[in-house]
Design a protein around this ligand. Structure first.
Ligand SMILES: Nc1nc2c(ncn2[C@@H]2O[C@H](COP(=O)(O)OP(=O)(O)OP(=O)(O)O)[C@@H](O)[C@H]2O)c(=O)[nH]1
Ligand SMILES: [Mg+2]
Ligand SMILES: [Zn+2]
Length: 278
């Protein structure tokens, strides 16, 4: 039989199969260390095999992430370089990104309009976790989902509001407790919401792309769907889009590409070039 690992507790795994939960340990060659929440496993009395994964994240430890909600808010001031790095990370790992603007109760129209313009290549949903109306977010849950975004944007508030809607009383502020702890291994559980699962962890709020992937400077621009038409106009195929006869730079100057996205691309490119790996 096959099932989805929704919880890991030391050497014991909770596996969901046909709506039922089973507590299983690994057997034979399968080691607990090699099984992650989000894994599809084969089992009889115990887990016998981990099926091939589409991706694996280390912090938080999770496998087969389908969708990531990248949360920003008018306050704290958004770190759009982080947002862009997480978007690139999603493209690299076959994860669908959804941009969430939280705290719209505090947002002015210009803020929302600017984000919608800069990120017109992506799906964006508006939210106020404080008001408890997280329906648009719940509707987006499909497959294995998690949250990401800088500290204090309201990731835990969103998770708690959804879990409260779903009646998961035992969750409480589990993720915040884990975050306060000093352990490096963060625990994750998946909770069934709508058509999918939401992880109870707030996910990453910092990302060193060079560290989490082997991305090369020359491929960076290929993870910007909004740069596609500009890239076709570059004189050289090896263009890094820093200047010269560059279609991306030209489109940014014309306003066809968001200037902010382009400026932040240059920063991320520089970081990649400076990272000790190159
Ligand atoms: N006005 C307003 N405040 C909110 C909203 N959502 C969250 N907050 C507040 O923002 C603060 C931070 O929220 P958290 O949910 O703890 O943020 P977080 O992203 O989990 O932060 P970290 O755990 O540090 O990464 C809290 O004081 C929340 O009450 C919202 O929709 N509107
Ligand atoms: Mg939190
Ligand atoms: Zn170029």
């Amino acid at each position: 039989m096959k099932g989805l690992v929704i919880k890991k507790n030391a050497n014991l795994f909770t596996v969901e199969c046909d709506g039922q939960h089973k507590e299983l340990s690994p057997s034979g060659k399968t080691k607990a260390k090699g099984i992650f929440v989000g894994d599809i496993v084969e089992f009889d009395e115990s887990i016998t095999k981990v099926c091939a994964r589409k991706n694996i994240l280390i912090r938080p430890p999770m496998a087969n992430l389908d969708k990531l909600f990248i949360v920003i808010a008018p306050s704290p001031k958004p770190d759009f370089v982080l947002v862009d790095k997480i978007l690139i990370y999603c493209h690299l790992n076959d994860i669908e990104p959804v941009l969430v603007i939280n705290k719209i109760d505090l947002a002015d129209e210009d803020f929302i309009k600017q984000v919608q313009e800069d990120y017109s290549a992506y799906k964006i949903i508006l939210l106020s976790a404080k008001c408890g109306n997280v329906d648009n977010l719940e509707k987006e849950i499909d497959g294995v989902c998690a949250m990401a975004g800088q500290s204090a944007v309201g990731k835990s508030s969103c998770i708690n509001a959804i879990f409260k809607n779903e009646g998961f009383t035992q969750v409480g502020d589990l993720s915040s407790k884990i975050e306060r702890g000093k352990q490096t291994t963060r625990l994750v559980s998946l909770y069934k919401v709508g058509n999918g699962y939401l992880a109870d962890t707030a996910g990453f709020s910092l990302l060193d792309l060079a560290f989490v992937s082997d991305i090369q400077p020359r491929e960076l621009a290929s993870y910007y769907p909004d740069f596609l038409s500009g890239r076709e106009k570059c004189k050289y195929r090896s263009c890094l889009h820093e200047g010269g006869e560059c279609g991306v730079r030209a489109e940014a100057e014309e306003g066809k590409i968001s200037k902010r996205r382009y400026q932040n691309y240059l920063k991320i490119l520089q970081e990649l070039k400076n990272s000790k790996k190159y």
